[in-house]
Design a protein around this ligand. Structure first.
Ligand SMILES: [Zn+2]
Length: 243
């Protein structure tokens, strides 16, 4: 890859990481971002460095084959999740950008411990009917990366949830990557709002004496109906019930 193109790709990843930071989808040094350079290599954010003030030169070039830097080059330490990104680039030639976040609501959703069926209105937004859940393993571990490989093998979704951990976004461009992460968070927030609506659903039992009261009661009833499938899921999760 020509030098200028690599420089552009590196800068694009730094900008992307900082856009995620501004959007509140990552904090401090957590999460990691990468972009494909060519068939055999990609660049990834370094381990344990803050995104604020990050320089394009600090990104680490690694091999798509194993997510490790070539031994000959004295470069920095790549994110410990680099092999997980490598699995994506190995599998999908069209994927150019990958992000891993601990975004709050999507991460909370992973506590359900199961794939999430996407309701119809959200399907075109998230590009899938089901968001797969990759099984939990320690962050940075080979087991975690193998679990991700298994999940990628059974799903074409560009969004993968990681059990008790976070989200993994696969995209063709940086713009798509940020858009998917933002929409995933909105979807997760919507889901929680629907579920929390159950408390106020009792409103429908109240004798309403104004149009406003009636329309509110109808609204909550509608929300509760939409939330029912998720309330069923929630019943299997004691932590969720505590909400
Ligand atoms: Zn993580």
């Amino acid at each position: 890859m020509p030098h200028t193109q690599e420089t552009e790709t590196r800068q694009m990843v730094v900008n992307l990481a900082q856009d995620f930071l501004k959007a509140g989808l990552v904090v401090r040094t957590w999460g990691n971002f990468s972009a494909r350079l060519d068939k055999d290599t990609f660049v990834i954010t370094p381990s344990g460095k803050a995104y604020e003030g990050m320089q394009a030169s600090e990104l680490v070039t690694v091999a798509t084959a194993d997510g490790k830097p070539p031994l000959a080059k004295g470069s920095g330490k790549p994110s410990s999740e680099s092999p997980m990104h490598a699995r994506v680039y190995q599998r999908y030639p069209e994927i150019k950008v990958v992000a891993h976040t601990h975004q709050v609501y999507a991460s909370a959703l992973t506590l359900l411990g199961m794939d999430i069926d996407v309701p119809e209105p959200w399907q075109p937004v998230l590009g899938t009917t089901r968001i797969p859940l990759s099984a939990y393993a320690l962050p940075g571990s080979r087991a975690l990366h193998n679990n991700m490989a298994d999940t990628l093998a059974r799903s074409d979704a560009q969004i993968v949830l990681m059990g008790r951990h976070g989200a993994f976004i696969l995209a063709e461009t940086a713009t798509e990557c940020l858009r998917l992460a933002e929409d995933l968070e909105r979807f997760a927030i919507d889901l929680f709002a629907e579920c929390l609506g159950k408390e106020i659903a009792h409103r429908s039992d109240i004798q309403s004496d104004s149009d406003r009261e009636k329309s509110l009661a109808q609204e909550w009833q509608k929300r509760r109906r939409k939330a029912l499938p998720y309330l069923q899921i929630a019943k299997s999760c004691p932590g969720f019930q505590a909400l």
